[in-house]
Ligand binder design. Structure first.
Ligand code: CMC
Length: 389
């Protein structure tokens, strides 16, 4: 019964209406709540753009201050979470630590696990998750280094505090904090991507907000999605170490039997430059110059990009650098280790996930997500006793 059309990979399936993020992939336009990403990246802050996507409007000065203070008030996690982080092997991937501890928070905050949250509880949820994701991420890193956790300092802004909690140094370079803030802004939301759709899918069963966000973290981890930022850096390292020329490397990528891809290139929606990649490339040059960092991987990335953009394979398929192509080089210059890159993406995307979840549960006619299929298996089998199979 019912009519089923097939669209594997959701190439052309709209599952919701949304007023959060506008994306025109043919032209390369991205807007949060109608404001262009270029303007937001230049003039706003990560917390202000988080407020914007979640509440649907730019905050007044008082609203922003209250939001920042509320987030900063969630400056620690329960003892059980700290014990759990310490129980992980030191070489655990920080995305594993992040995902499992985000869902574990549900064991400690029963009121936020209610089926339907009140507006006040939603206000708490966004502030608490943004505060505590930062704490879990920093603690995961400290544990991987065999170092004691560093307590959050409320007097620092969000990004400076995160860097302080990673390094233990309160004198955070302003340029470093600003660069991180811009990177997080660029990741805030990107409409119905894989992790956001996972958040909507899981949240649609009315799973609690911690479980719902943990699902977003898991989907993000994959190398075709947020995990690409780590994969790009590893690819550039490999090119550097092997001394392979760009053409030789690209020949491997173009070979359909090789199963390898030019990581940080291509996008489901952008068939033109990813506007975030443009901003990041400029920021990358600026950050490295300001910090006096010379990174041979930046030269390799630029060289690869130049050759790829002239290559018929990439041109005909409209494959351009995406947000992940240059972001890792900035994270590296800021002193953030490669396996933390996708955690940084999660930190940036959290407000988008929260906004999309809120929009979904508040929409009239909200329903559990439940796709259909076209069944291709047997229909006429009869059970055979195990002895006669
Ligand atoms: N390197 C080489 N070939 C590619 C690449 C690439 N990075 N991306 C796409 N192609 C080819 C693909 O092989 C296919 O060729 P053909 O038509 O001959 O079969 C064609 O381009 C279309 O690709 P697709 O896989 O059908 O496109 P998609 O929309 O399903 O996939 C993508 C989008 C982002 C998963 C893909 O471009 C990719 O794997 N890129 C590398 C991973 C990456 O950088 N991911 C980050 C995405 S942006 C940030 C985020 O979402 O987190």
């Amino acid at each position: 019964t019912g009519f089923v059309t097939l669209d594997s990979g959701y190439m052309n399936t709209g599952a919701c209406t949304s007023a959060i993020t506008f994306l025109d992939g043919e032209v390369g336009i991205l807007k949060y709540r109608g404001y262009s990403i270029e303007e937001i990246a230049e003039k706003s802050s990560f917390l202000e753009s988080s407020y914007l996507v979640f509440y649907g409007k730019l905050p007044t000065a008082a609203e922003l201050k209250a939001f920042e203070e509320r987030i900063a008030s969630f400056d620690d996690v329960p003892e059980g979470i700290k014990t759990q982080i310490k129980a992980f092997p030191k070489d655990a991937h920080p995305m594993a630590v992040l995902s499992s501890n985000m869902v574990s928070l549900s064991a400690f905050y029963h009121d936020l696990c209610a089926q339907d949250l009140t507006p006040a509880q939603k206000d708490t949820a966004i502030a608490q998750l943004m505060g505590q994701l930062k704490v879990v991420a920093a603690y995961a890193y400290r544990h991987s280094q065999g170092k004691e956790f560093v307590k959050s300092d409320k007097s620092l802004d969000y990004c400076s505090d995160f860097i302080h909690m990673m390094t233990g140094d309160k004198n955070v370079n302003k340029d470093v904090a600003k660069a991180l803030d811009i990177l997080l802004i660029l990741h805030v939301d990107h409409e119905q991507n894989c992790s956001t759709s996972s958040v909507r899918m899981v949240g649609s069963s009315k799973a609690n907000i911690f479980a719902t966000i943990s699902a977003g973290v898991d989907a993000l981890w994959g190398p075709l999605h947020g995990g690409a930022n780590q994969a790009v850096l590893e690819m550039l390292e490999e090119i550097k170490q092997s001394g392979k020329g760009y053409e030789a490397f690209l020949a491997e990528v173009k070979d359909k039997n090789s199963n390898s891809r030019l990581m940080g290139f291509g996008h489901r929606v952008y068939k033109n430059f990813d506007p975030r990649a443009k901003i990041i490339k400029v920021a990358c040059d600026k950050v490295l110059t300001t910090l006096g960092v010379k990174d041979p991987l930046l030269d390799i990335a630029k060289g690869l990009e130049e050759v790829a953009l002239k290559d018929e394979y990439f041109v005909s398929r409209k494959l351009y650098p995406n947000v992940d192509f240059y972001s890792g080089i900035i994270y590296r210059a800021l002193g953030i280790p490669t396996n933390m890159f996708t955690v940084m993406f999660a930190m940036g995307r959290l407000p988008g996930w929260m906004a999309q979840w809120k929009e979904m549960v508040e929409q009239p006619g909200f329903k559990i997500c439940r796709p259909r299929q076209i069944y291709t298996g047997d229909t006429k089998n009869t059970y055979k006793d195990i002895k006669s199979r």
